[in-house]
Design a protein around this ligand. Structure first.
Ligand code: NAG
Length: 377
């Protein structure tokens, strides 16, 4: 424990008697005794949960060539996006694999990048390597600046009502938009309308010294602390990929069904790491280049976890990458990869859980309908 990193909320979690575990090198709350994992999950779907996600990597990218740089290390398309717009994208490798998924937000004078906690060290090394050695970036004016500050998420159908108690103009904020220098009771925060639960919600970047008072403001408005346990079942119900499970250096955006994140212009023009390989996966997907596809799976009975083998007629046809009992559906939900010809919704397969063959059906995520806010509603 002593060698683990701590977020600025660590003392707060201990004071709440949270069940703590190591996660990506950080000592993080899995659940809090007040509700426990199951109730934390349901409370987020019904009201609002507060998550400490300060272990994620936050960076600012400055300099005249910042957009050219980010369009080289990721396939994100910033050409048409306006300041305040956030996009889910990925760091790619030369083989067209996925080094990490990440959020890039375009600001007026910089880019804001959020990386997964478990990947951030290797990502930063990869970024510095590209800045130093990629011929495409020679002489580029780019500053890559780590941000030492906290990040919390407030997620759930009441998140916007809670934020509106402190901030004007919440209904004008679309999902995947970001506002800088927002004042919350005298504290300056950066507010992004996004999240990882399938619900409407916000991720709020705040200085370490203000994070406890900020959390206490939301707790006083009926939001409750939620740990990483429920965060995983919430994202799974919403069908959202988790790096190291559905996404890895060995998978690619075609197999992972992540091609929606790459615009037509980027796929035509290329100019990002792994472009040739991704183009090959896309064009030759049905000719053997992409033999397996990411699917959803629904079952009852014993729960299939990561690495569970998927079978049809006693033959191995795929594997599970994440799975859990769904608190909302009272069934088991999972994500995994299966042979292309079995990826159709409704296909019957077996999950090999210990020595049992558990019948399951291929389904299209999200398993629980998502509830993202759209301004025009
Ligand atoms: C698709 O495969 C063919 C035959 O293997 C190859 O010639 C072609 O270059 C591939 N397409 C791409 C975009 O790599």
């Amino acid at each position: 424990m002593s060698s683990m990193k701590k977020t600025a909320l660590h003392g707060f979690h201990l004071a709440q008697k949270a069940k703590m575990e190591g996660f990506a090198g950080y000592h993080m709350p899995i659940s809090y005794p007040k509700m426990g994992v199951l109730k934390e999950h349901l409370y987020t779907r019904e009201v609002a949960g507060i998550f400490d996600v300060s272990h994620m990597g936050q960076y600012e990218i400055r300099g005249a060539d910042r957009e050219r740089f980010i369009e080289y290390v990721t396939p994100v398309d910033l050409q048409k996006s306006h300041p305040g717009h956030a996009a889910l994208t990925m760091l790619t490798n030369e083989k067209g694999g996925i080094k990490d998924d990440c959020i890039v937000t375009k600001m007026y004078d910089h880019l804001y990048l959020v990386l997964n906690a478990g990947c951030k060290d290797k990502d930063v090394a990869h970024i510095h390597e590209a800045l130093k050695n990629a011929p495409q970036l020679r002489g580029a004016d780019v500053q890559f600046i780590p941000l030492e500050r906290s990040l919390i998420a407030v997620q759930g159908p009441k998140a916007a009502i809670i934020l509106s108690e402190f901030v004007d103009g919440i209904p004008d904020m679309d999902f995947m938009s970001c506002r800088q220098k927002v004042n919350v009771k005298g504290m300056e925060v950066q507010l992004s309308r996004c999240g990882y639960t399938g619900e409407d919600g916000f991720e709020i970047a705040v200085s370490d010294k203000d994070v406890v008072p900020l959390v206490e403001l939301f707790l006083a408005k009926n939001a409750e602390m939620v740990g990483l346990g429920a965060r995983d079942s919430l994202r799974l119900e919403a069908g959202l990929n988790l790096y190291g499970h559905e996404l890895s250096e060995e998978t690619n955006p075609v197999a992972a069904r992540f091609m929606w994140s790459i615009s037509k212009r980027r796929m035509e023009e290329g100019g990002f790491i792994g472009y040739d390989a991704i183009k090959h996966f896309k064009e030759n997907a049905t000719k053997g280049a992409v033999p397996q596809l990411r699917v959803g799976l629904v079952s009852t009975g014993p729960v299939a976890r990561e690495h569970t083998v998927i079978e049809v007629d006693g033959k191995e046809v795929g594997y599970v990458t994440s799975g859990c009992p769904s608190p909302c559906l009272k069934k088991n939900v999972a994500l995994g990869y299966v042979n292309r010809d079995l990826a159709k919704k409704g296909t019957k397969v077996n999950l090999v859980v210990r020595d049992r063959r558990v019948p399951a059906e291929v389904a299209t995520p999200p398993f629980v309908p998502t509830n993202y806010y759209r301004k025009s509603q």
